[in-house]
Write a protein that binds this ligand. Structure first.
Ligand code: ZN
Length: 414
């Protein structure tokens, strides 16, 4: 393993250990996507960002690993701020509890963030426990009545949870396994926490959505592994965890929840059909990912041409949504504060700061719209419907919105 002081590079697959890794695309040098700057002149370290493909287990993955202590100690994403996430949690709750017959459950959530997804379980009379390494976010959860331990989840944390509370009927890990440097520790910890007749649920941004929608903006240093159903099953089965069902999730622009158990269950039709479809779509083939690399570069050129057409007309152009993904998009495409006057974002933690690398000020939507923008680049396009209704109804915005992704960038008028 090569290393310098702040990052390392893998030489074998994060999931299966095979050494036949192929480079899909190098996205260049990027700052950390969630490290917002407090001062535009602040120096920031940049790291290479390279996507690889494992020919053995088909896991798409980052070559570079930035230590988790650097990435996650103070986290700016708060689940509860997203309406899409709040709506999906009800569906997730119903889908997850249907495997249990009206039993009172003990539910553990790994990387539970502000406890948004545990809330319906608590309201439903179940016992809940969250685990999240971000101290600032765990505090929010605890003050909202969702008991949350602030630490990184692995075998050690799993052991102490089992000692203190017993094994869980249900262990949830939403959008955390792809972010885990210690992938095997997390899966082994989930296995340790789960009762023999329990059900686990792992949610991940689905590579089929990434491939089909050219969602290169979802590639950033926190997001180490990019799963297909095939590659997550390959990993879980190493730990005698047997996947049997899936649930589609609208999070991240197309995610998948996989349900699994320690005792084999009859797989659902949906699960079997998805496994068959992955053999046909090319998601498990290196050649298809090489096409993806070409599509990323073509996408960048088209997006820059759209933005240039707006700036040539001297339109006031702003961004909306200073998400981690926006950082990859802005830095890969080379969009900076000469292209966008500011980025509006509803999360108050981000106000007064600057987008990493691009140095664009992040402001409240109220402030951004007080200056009458002509055109909006919808950086948080994965919350498109929710944001467009805010633009129209709250801010009475009438003008052009550039939708950068998924697939080809395009302009709509609202
Ligand atoms: Zn592999």
């Amino acid at each position: 393993m090569k290393s310098n002081k702040t990052y390392t590079e893998i030489e074998s697959c994060r999931a299966c250990g095979a050494e036949d890794l192929a480079t899909i695309i190098s996205l260049g040098e990027h700052p950390l996507a969630n490290s917002l700057k407090v001062d535009p002149d602040q120096e920031e370290e940049k790291f290479p960002l390279t996507l690889m493909f494992c020919s053995t287990c088909c896991l798409v993955q980052l070559r570079e690993t930035v230590p988790k202590e650097v990435l996650f100690k103070s986290y700016v994403w708060v689940t509860g701020t997203s309406k899409t996430a709040r709506d999906f949690r009800e569906e997730f709750y119903k889908s997850t509890t249907k495997y249990f017959e009206n039993k009172n459950l003990f539910v553990v959530e790994v990387a539970s963030n502000d406890g948004t997804f545990l809330e319906p379980f608590k309201k439903g009379g179940h016992k809940v426990l969250g685990v999240d390494p971000a101290e600032n976010i765990a505090q929010i959860a605890n003050s909202n009545g969702i008991q949350t331990i602030s630490e990184f989840f692995g075998l050690k944390a799993a052991d102490s949870i089992v000692d203190d509370y017993g094994q869980a009927d249900c262990v949830i890990a939403r959008n955390v396994v792809p972010h885990s440097e210690e992938l095997h520790e997390v899966i082994a910890g989930i296995e340790r926490c789960l009762k023999n007749d329990g059900v686990g649920a792992i949610e991940f941004h689905y590579t089929q959505a990434i491939l089909d929608g050219v969602q290169y903006d979802s590639i950033y240093h926190e997001h180490l592994s990019y799963f297909s159903l095939y590659s997550i099953c390959h990993l879980l089965e190493r730990y005698n965890l047997f996947p049997f069902d899936i649930l589609e999730s609208p999070i991240s622009g197309g995610a998948l929840v996989v349900y699994f158990s320690k005792v084999k269950r009859v797989a659902s039709n949906k699960f079997e059909e998805r496994k068959i479809s992955e053999n046909k779509t090319g998601i498990l083939k290196k050649e298809k990912w090489e096409e993806f690399a070409g599509a990323c570069i073509a996408h960048k050129e088209k997006l820059l041409a759209l933005l240039k057409a707006e700036t040539d007309k001297e339109s006031r152009l702003i961004g909306y949504g200073a998400s981690a993904r926006s950082s990859t998009l802005l830095n890969f495409c080379g969009i900076n504060n000469f292209g966008l006057a500011c980025i509006a974002d509803g999360n108050t933690i981000k106000h007064g700061k600057f987008a990493p690398g691009a140095n664009i000020p992040i402001v409240s939507p109220d402030l951004a719209f007080s200056e009458m923008p002509d055109t909006i680049l919808l950086l948080a396009w994965n919350f498109k419907d929710e944001i467009l209704s805010v633009l129209k109804e709250k801010y009475r915005f009438r003008g052009k919105v550039i939708i950068p992704l998924p697939s080809s960038p395009h302009v709509i008028k609202i």
